[in-house]
Structures are given as C-alpha cells and as structure tokens.
Design a protein around this ligand. Structure first.
Ligand SMILES: [Cu+2]
Length: 475
C-alpha cells in the first residue's frame, strides 16, 4: 500500500469509525473551549420534509446550522480549540475581525489546514464591536455550502440597548441559500461546476433564516428591535426588503453608520448589516422579510408576527451606535496606490492570464477549472499582489471589467469606501466586504496597520475557488 492510499484509508476510517472516540472533552477542564467541526443534520426544509445531512460547528452537543453564536465584549478574547471531525481538512476564518494574522484561519496562507482528527487552538482579541461571522476557509466553496458557518457577535463596552432612541432587544438573522435535491439532501455532484462559477456562482433553491424555512419571529406591537443580519450564502447577493417595519441602517460589516432609513438592503455574500426596525403598533399583524431572487421576484424568507402586550412606540430618531475608537485615520496624501483589475467569467472571459506561473488563454484556464483573475493572475497564491509598509495608507482602485458583480473581501482590515465610478461616496462607509457591479470602479482606502499575509478575494466563493483570489503583505 502506498503512503497516499494508506493515508486516504486512515482518513476514511477516522471519518466514519473513530469520530466518536475523539477526546472531545479533553479541553473541558482547561480554559480553552472546544469548537467541533462535525457532521450533523438540520431541518432546512419545512417540517414534514426530510432532514438534511450537513457539516456544522458544535460547542456542546450536536452541530447546528447556523453554528453556535459566539459572543464576547469588544477587547475580549475568543479562545476555541477547533476539533476537526470532518472527512476533509478544514480551518476557521473569523470574518471581519481585525485579528492577529496567525489566527486568521486562511489555509494554506496563515496556517496549514487542520486534518481529519486534528486540532488547532484559535485564541485572539476582538477589538471592534459589531456583527461578524466565522466560517470555513479551506475548500470554502464546498464547506460553507455544507453549513460550516456561525455568527460571531462582539458587544460594545458602552451601553446602547435600552437607551432612548435605541432598540430594546436584538435578534440575529442569518440568511442562507442552499442547493438541495428533492429528498432534501445537498446537491453534491456539482462542487466544481465551472459553468455556475463562470457566471453568478452556485445559486441555491432553498432559502433559510437561522437555518429554518420560513421561520416566524414574534414582535410586540410598537417595539423597536435591532436586527443583526448576515448573508451566509456562498454566492447569492440578497436584496432584502422589510415592508411595514421602517428599517433604519445603523451598522455595515460591524462598523457603525449614521442612522439612515432604507428601502432595500443589498447584502452580498459575507456582508452584515445592523438594522433597527419599528414594529407597527396597530396593523398589519404580520409582515415579511422578502429577498429578491432575481428579475424582481420577491420571495418570503421569514415573517414577523405582531403579538403580545403593545409597547409605546419610540418617537425618537434612531440612536446611533457608539463609534469605534480603534481605527487609525487614513492619510490619502501619502497613500500607496494599488489598482486591482477584476476580469474573467462568462460573456467576456480573459485574453490571457497567469496561472501557476504559466500564461494561458481563457480556454486553457477553463480547462484547468479557472475562470477569473486579479491583475492578470488567476488564483494568485504564489506572489503577493503588493507589499505595504506597516502603518501606510493603501488606496485601492478596484475595477470590475467582468459582466458580473463581485463582493470583494479584504482580510485583517476594514476600509473606507471613497468613491464609485469616480463619484465621491455620500456616506464613506467603513466595511470589510464591498460589492462592485459589472463595469463599476470602486475606490477604497485603509491603513495597513496589521502585520502579516492577508487574503483579498471575491466572497462569491465559486469565483474565489476559480481564480478570484490573491493576497498582500503588511510588513
Ligand atoms: Cu466574484
């Protein structure tokens, strides 16, 4: 038996046979809690339909989708030992946390993937309050689609909830999109579907909120509630409507914004928004969370029922969240300019790009399973896109020459969106993931204040897997 086949055999054995024997409580008496990545089932379809086999995170008991909500206060540490009980190597990325590079979970750039039966100690500070999430960052197109993601909530150290104009309570709403067969199982034979990846990505056929089909949330008439909304979908952009709830945006990707009302909230994969809603005091009794699934087709993902003792509606303007005091100010006058050209995909393709050191035309690239490029390099993991000196402001012009939108995520930093198509952005939102439409140019800036190797990639995970990824170094 060769070592490779023996390894596969052992891997297969541990995946099905040895998992219950893993010392899952070995850390229970220490200070480090455990986060298991494991197999589980979930009722993603309505009650009465079969349960779905998923991969899921667990802290105690069975794995769940979404994974258990991890909550800390700003400035506190998250400490979890990842135990991999999956049949594949994995790693956990803590999306949006301005984290110590070694803890960023981006295999293989910042750590080796954790093999089946292996473990890895994650231990890091969460400096900034807000709504975040954690998810697999190894084979993430498949592993996130199988369910490996959970909310990470960093609470402010200053009070907000319950103050005048603020909400009186909060709900986490995780929106997701699953591609299921009729028997409720996840479609497994299309993980490397290049046709989908060269278009808008792997689109699901089943929407869930907090892992359920069409859940109903109770609101008291007149009450003001904070919704922490997260898009867990691998590829689907979700334009969200909350009719009758007068939504007011208060934060994007964790960072506060000056409160502003909005009609449609567009959440790209991985993006978060904190919204304040005012439940109607009298009518209607029910309302919906609607997602536009294309061509103006509004689908109800969840509903809200007004019930219980009415609350005196708040007459006050929505109270802003306390500002972050942790982000260095960008210095555009001395900025390092870094263009990022995005191209590829169906309809337009690429004349040529470098893949694994070889220049190829689009046909050759697609024969290798690649379809996208940054700055003429596809799946560019060999060399950094750029190197920035620690503390330097980086100004990036992201140019989308493809026929599809992309949600670009920069690891380890939050950036300010300066302009779109040359027009100064009215709000100067601070984000970690920005949606760039076809033929759009977005200019952003951040202070490269976090040393290490940081990924920059499209968070349409089908695009990432087929070439739209790279990294930069801060040193
Ligand atoms: Cu993309």
């Amino acid at each position: 038996m060769t070592s490779l086949s023996r390894r596969l055999f052992v891997t297969g054995l541990s995946a099905v046979g040895a998992v219950p024997l893993l010392p899952i409580n070995s850390h229970a008496n220490g200070t480090q809690s455990v986060l298991r990545a494991t197999t589980s089932t979930a009722q993603l379809t309505p009650e009465g339909y079969p349960r779905t086999d998923v991969w899921a995170y667990a802290q105690q008991g069975a794995g769940s989708v979404p994974g258990p909500a991890i909550r800390v206060k700003a400035g506190e540490r998250v400490s979890r030992t990842l135990l991999n009980e999956l049949p594949q190597p994995t790693a956990v990325h803590w999306h949006g946390i301005r984290i110590d590079n070694a803890m960023d979970g981006t295999a293989p750039l910042t750590q080796a993937p954790v093999p089946t039966g292996g473990e890895f100690d994650y231990d890091f500070v969460c400096p900034d309050p807000g709504t975040y999430w954690y998810h697999s960052h190894n084979r993430s197109r498949e592993q996130v689609a199988r369910g490996l993601a959970g909310p990470l909530i960093v609470e402010d150290t200053e009070p907000w909830l319950g103050l005048s104009g603020a909400a009186t309570r909060e709900l986490i709403l995780v929106l997701d999109d699953w591609l299921l067969n009729e028997d409720g199982s996840i479609v497994e034979d299309r993980w490397d579907d290049l046709h989908a990846a060269a278009h808008a990505g792997r689109m699901g056929n089943t929407g869930t909120v907090n892992g359920q089909s069409y859940p109903e949330f109770a609101l008291r008439p007149g009450e003001r509630v904070r919704l922490r909304m997260i898009n867990f979908a691998t590829d689907r952009i979700m334009p969200i409507r909350l009719p009758d709830l007068s939504p007011t945006l208060i934060a994007l990707d964790g960072h506060p914004v000056a409160p502003r009302s909005l009609e449609v909230l567009e959440l790209a994969p991985a993006q978060r928004a904190d919204i304040v809603v005012d439940a109607p005091a009298t009518s209607p009794e029910t309302t919906s969370l609607l997602v536009d699934i294309g061509r103006g087709n509004q689908v109800e993902f969840a509903s809200f029922r007004m019930e219980g003792k009415p609350v005196q509606p708040s007459e006050e303007n929505v109270r802003p969240l306390p500002p972050w005091k942790t982000l260095p100010k960008v210095d555009l006058a001395s900025a390092q300019n870094q263009p990022l050209l995005m191209n590829g995909g169906a309809m337009r393709g690429i004349d040529e790009a470098i893949y694994q050191g070889e220049t190829m035309d689009f046909r050759e690239l697609t024969s290798r399973g690649m379809a996208w490029a940054f700055n003429g390099v596809t799946h560019g993991m060999e060399e950094p896109l750029f190197v920035a000196r620690l503390g330097r402001t980086v100004r990036m012009e992201l140019v989308n020459r493809s026929a599809f939108p992309h949600g670009i995520h920069i690891h380890g930093h939050h950036f300010t969106v300066l302009s779109r198509n040359g027009v100064s952005a009215p709000y100067k939102d601070v984000r970690d993931t920005v949606l760039i439409l076809a033929d759009e140019t977005v200019e952003l800036a951040f202070v490269a204040d976090n040393p290490g190797k940081w990924m920059i990639h499209c968070h349409m995970l089908s695009h990432q897997a087929t070439g739209m990824m790279g990294w930069f170094e801060v040193a």
